[in-house]
Design a protein around this ligand. Structure first.
Ligand SMILES: Nc1ncnc2c1ncn2[C@@H]1O[C@H](COP(=O)(O)OP(=O)(O)OP(=O)(O)O)[C@@H](O)[C@H]1O
Length: 325
């Protein structure tokens, strides 16, 4: 449901000379939601985020928060805060002073800003390292400090540009759960830019898929994954096959909905990949379309197939999903 507290993009466009980085996008972000802006490199995600933050001017259109246009306000007066990929901590300041920095700029006295900084450091589980310098912290710890520093301004919307990309896979999964917890506890909107589909599916209440400077599809993670509108979204989200059926229409079918059957679409196995709980059987249809069937491990080994073998593929009609052309 739409409320006056929404963050709204209205005909938002960004041009760099002849390059259109963001083209006439319209979107309402529900308050208190975790949103992932997802898309391939160069699709305009970071530019969109930077325009919301106020680090990039708007060429055309408006950014509304609470119904008022914030698109020409300086970053600190927008009600948004941004956490950068590089963390951008001041190397000569302690963790506490890094977090308190923006309050110092506002002229808030030392005792008060330190108390607030300590409160936020506790929130991100860094209270015990408040005296350290950034160079004495691990990457994951620096990131927590950067988060606390962004949150000290009590933003309505926290903007995160690829916040997990510098972390190793183990830490990435841990931090992703932390981000989700923080968003829930704080009850504010997080807009998180990523090019990781898994990350977006795991985190987002709403996934906004961008491609070529426009929003290709937006919806809940389940909706975008299960009902991709376009071939681009189906392929980009992964886990889908795209096939042409008689009549010429294009359909997406999830790989885990495709079965090896006694009759159906004739295909030839091109490769077999064991994935532990299941086996990915890649096949080629007569029209050369590649179709992957994800078969439960036990089922596959009851009747194993090898590359070069002829098979039949089947799926329930209800699982095929028509794509916009
Ligand atoms: N300062 C700039 N000057 C000129 N062109 C730019 C500038 N910043 C971005 N662009 C162009 O705008 C388009 C969108 O860039 P943007 O950084 O928003 O993409 P992105 O989706 O965030 O990509 P990535 O995932 O690689 O960061 C690209 O074609 C890029 O080359």
């Amino acid at each position: 449901m739409r409320t006056t507290q929404d963050l709204e993009l209205v005909h938002l466009t960004k041009r760099y000379g002849d390059t259109v980085a963001v083209r006439d996008i319209n979107h309402v972000f529900a308050p208190q939601s975790y949103v992932c802006l997802l898309g391939p490199s160069g699709c305009g995600k970071s530019t969109t985020l930077r325009m919301i933050a106020g680090h990039e001017s708007v060429s055309e259109g408006a950014i509304l928060l609470d119904g008022s246009d914030i698109s020409t306000l300086p970053p600190a007066r927008r009600g948004t805060a941004m956490m950068f990929q590089s963390y951008a901590l001041f190397p000569h300041l302690s963790v506490r002073d890094n977090v308190a920095f923006s309050l110092k700029m506002k002229g808030i006295d030392k005792a008060q800003r330190h108390a607030k900084a300590d409160e936020l450091l506790e929130l991100v589980d860094m209270g015990h390292l408040a005296e350290r310098l950034p160079a004495q912290l691990s990457g994951g710890q620096q990131q927590r400090v950067a988060l606390a520093r962004a949150l000290i301004t009590e933003p309505r919307v926290l903007l995160l540009d690829e916040p997990l990309s510098a972390l190793d896979p183990f830490l990435r999964i841990r931090m992703r759960a932390e981000l989700k917890r923080l968003q829930r506890e704080l009850g504010i909107t997080f807009i998180h830019v990523t090019h990781g589909q898994d990350e977006a599916l795991a985190l987002a209440d709403e996934v906004v898929v961008m491609n070529n400077a426009v929003i290709e599809q937006a919806g809940s993670a389940r909706e975008v994954f299960n009902a991709p509108k376009t071939e681009f979204v189906a392929r980009f989200m992964g886990g889908h096959n795209v096939v042409s059926l008689p009549g010429g229409a294009r359909y997406a079918i999830r790989s885990d909905a495709v079965r090896l059957a006694d009759d159906g679409h004739a295909a030839t196995v091109t490769s077999v990949e064991y994935q532990g709980d299941r086996v990915a059987v890649t096949t080629r249809l007569a029209d050369e379309t590649e179709v992957v069937a994800l078969v439960a491990e036990e089922q596959f080994f009851a009747l194993p197939k090898s590359p070069g073998e002829a098979v039949c593929l089947a799926w329930d009609e209800g699982r095929q999903h028509r794509l916009q052309s």
